[in-house]
Design a protein around this ligand. Structure first.
Ligand SMILES: [Zn+2]
Length: 175
């Protein structure tokens, strides 16, 4: 008898939980008998792996539905257009419909729309400086020599921390 899957508590999204279970226990012979949550991944099933906490497509982290909107923003933070945003995504993350979601996100991006006609630089936006440290922070992702980093800046002191990540921190931040 198979060992039962033990990491349910760590996987809050049913899509991810069912997908991880399917990868762990083996895919059914037919797509018809596949659970709805795993259906979308049927054609790429051989590229998927799980460490019971996260799911990967090759080296890319599979992002669950509830976190997808939060990942689109940092992917497009440099406002480099659809193709560059897709390229960045292909190195880091995956979900079914990712390309279409990027296209829609960039199409609706106000900053890109503002800068399109004259290709002007994005204007500096000033922020109110909080009276105490760590009251307000900003964070973003960047890639350096094929490693991904999460950088967090304190608005009060301008002190910043950067940390190498595989997007696990990003996932944790929103849960
Ligand atoms: Zn943009």
């Amino acid at each position: 008898m198979r060992k039962s899957y033990k990491s349910k508590k760590k996987l809050p999204d049913s899509q991810l939980r069912i997908l991880a279970k399917t990868i762990h226990e083996g895919w059914p012979k037919s797509r018809k008998t596949c659970q709805t949550e795993a259906h979308l991944f049927w054609t790429i099933q051989h590229e998927l792996s799980t460490n019971k906490e996260f799911i990967f497509k090759g080296k890319r982290l599979v992002i669950i539905k509830i976190l997808q909107p939060d990942i689109l923003r940092p992917l497009h933070t440099a406002h480099l257009g659809v193709e560059k945003t897709k390229q960045r995504a292909r190195m880091l993350v995956y979900w079914p419909g990712l390309n279409a979601d990027i296209e829609q996100y960039v199409r609706n991006c106000q900053t890109c729309a503002r800068n399109m006609p004259s290709n002007q630089r994005e204007p500096m936006i000033s922020h109110e400086i909080p009276c105490l440290p760590w009251r307000k922070v900003a964070s973003d992702l960047f890639t350096l020599k094929n490693n991904d980093y999460l950088v967090t800046v304190d608005y009060h002191s301008r002190f910043f921390l950067s940390r190498q990540t595989q997007l696990h921190y990003v996932k944790g931040r929103h849960l």
